[in-house]
Ligand binder design. Structure first.
Ligand code: MD3
Ligand code: FE
Length: 193
């Protein structure tokens, strides 16, 4: 797990984010048990992560629009590749980017990202907007966790053994970001297919 503080220029990513969401808007995904996740999500790129009563999977089509996900903005891809290379993963070629939108009070429980086909590829996470406390336990869900506060522009590359670690986000505290308001955005670049 490699932390690249203040690595991304979120102002540069903001218009790409808006253009993606104009095509595939944010929505609340449902779990197999019918509960809604508190974060709102969308995707760009060839494959998007979706969850509903049928389960979790990657899909080439946005179930909301019935159309392919918007393509990955060039500035998104370039950032993900540059960060991966800086962390020792040259040649990272993401085919999907999950966009998560957090409001104060929102959290994400401990989970593993295991719906991708290639665990040799890292996941690159980009945080924008207000701060969040990210936590990682390790290969087991339970046990001692380590906390990392993630701020606007921070990039984390999860590769090697860390790729399979359980992780989540603590309940977001209220604060405001000058451009994003009381919102946190997280982009995760994946090699899903
Ligand atoms: C560690 N997102 O989208 S980013 C997720 O802030 C997710 O929105 C959180 O967990 C967020 O799946 C945390 C950090 C992250 C992302 C993927 C990982 C850490 C990871 C995959 C494997 C190990
Ligand atoms: Fe995750």
């Amino acid at each position: 797990m490699i932390l690249l503080r203040q690595y991304a220029d979120s102002a540069e990513l903001q218009s790409g984010l808006e253009s993606v969401l104009a095509v595939s808007p944010l929505r609340r995904l449902q779990t197999t048990r019918g509960f809604y996740l508190s974060v709102q999500s969308s995707n760009c790129g060839q494959l998007g992560w979706v969850s509903d009563r049928q389960g979790y999977r990657y899909s080439e089509l946005d179930p909301l629009t019935g159309k392919p996900w918007p393509s990955m903005p060039a500035v998104f891809r370039a950032l993900a590749q540059r960060a991966a290379e800086a962390a020792g993963f040259a040649g990272f070629d993401p085919d999907g980017c999950l966009i998560n939108h957090y409001e104060p009070g929102t959290q994400m429980g401990a989970h593993q990202d295991k719906d991708e086909s290639d665990f040799g590829a890292p996941i690159v996470s980009v945080s924008m907007g207000i701060d969040a406390r990210f936590f990682v336990t390790g290969p087991e869900r339970r046990g001692r966790s380590r906390a990392v506060d993630l701020s606007d522009g921070d990039v984390v590359v999860f590769g090697g053994p860390a790729r399979r670690y359980y992780h989540g986000v603590r309940k977001l505290k209220y604060s405001e970001h000058p451009r994003f308001g009381a919102v946190r955005w997280n982009l995760t670049f994946r090699k899903a297919g």
